[in-house]
Design a protein. Structure first.
Length: 256
């Protein structure tokens, strides 16, 4: 894993840089996970192996630093990813964001269109109704979540992993996540809507749904706005683990 030292934050942003042609795909993970855990199979799928891939662990998650003074807002996360893209001298990147990472990707695409050529989001948090886990976390005070809430969530995730093997890696990535980063990121997700920001974008966008998530209120909005939708079969919200083959092919289709 490589790192970018963010000197003003006294922290390192961790990422895998997998060689290939441009446009580079920048992968951003969900809340409590890590791109280094969620995306290797997708990024090196035969349909995508030709493309350069950046698997970014957002600050507070995975192998990245955990600066206590960082706000962990969507805008702050987006800015650190933009700094990495600029550091590598890339332009026209395609963002691939899942859930929380999809929300960060929307903000990044809106704030830095000079860096981004396309956006693929997998069930991002666009409205408050999407913020199920983040609301549960944000309803606690930061002090309470850091003291006991995070440990309780890890224990709950261990139960999910027993019931569903697709969730097997989640307790591990959740343990690696900084509790303060989890709470502040969740609070940012639960604070408002990204609907207008997402539908106001003019760059190419694709929205991925897991089949078992449907029907969903966003379907009508996406159709009315002409945003292409792809339904990932045999999958729900955890589509990256449930059907990585279909996710990889959906991403590759946007690059063709």
């Amino acid at each position: 894993m490589r790192t970018l030292h963010l000197t003003d934050l006294h922290a390192h942003l961790g990422y895998h840089d997998l060689h290939g042609s441009e446009p580079a795909c920048v992968y951003l993970h969900g809340l409590g996970t890590a791109s280094s855990a969620d995306f290797p199979t997708i990024a090196r799928h035969p349909a995508l192996v030709a493309y350069r891939a950046l698997l970014v662990d957002l600050l507070g998650f995975g192998f990245s630093g955990r600066p206590a003074a960082f706000s962990y807002s969507l805008e702050a996360h987006a800015e650190t990813v933009a700094r990495l893209i600029e550091h590598l001298g890339l332009r026209g990147c395609h963002l691939v964001g899942h859930s929380f990472g999809g929300s960060v990707a929307v903000v990044l695409a809106a704030n830095r269109p000079d860096l981004i050529g396309g956006l693929i989001v997998a069930e991002p948090n666009l409205d408050l109704e999407d913020a199920t886990l983040s609301r549960m976390i944000a309803d606690q005070t930061e002090e309470a979540y850091v003291a006991a809430g995070h440990t309780a969530l890890v224990a709950q995730a261990e139960g999910w992993a027993i019931q569903d093997t697709v969730m097997a890696s989640y307790p591990g990535t959740l343990r690696a996540a900084d509790p303060q980063a989890m709470h502040r990121s969740a609070t940012a997700l639960a604070a408002g809507s990204l609907r207008e920001l997402f539908f106001g974008l003019t760059l190419p966008r694709t929205y991925l749904f897991g089949a078992s998530t449907l029907p969903h209120a966003h379907e009508a909005l996406l159709r009315a706005s002409g945003v292409p939708m792809v339904v990932i079969p045999d999958a729900g919200h955890a589509m990256m683990g449930e059907n990585p083959d279909a996710v990889a092919r959906a991403v590759a289709a946007t690059l063709a």
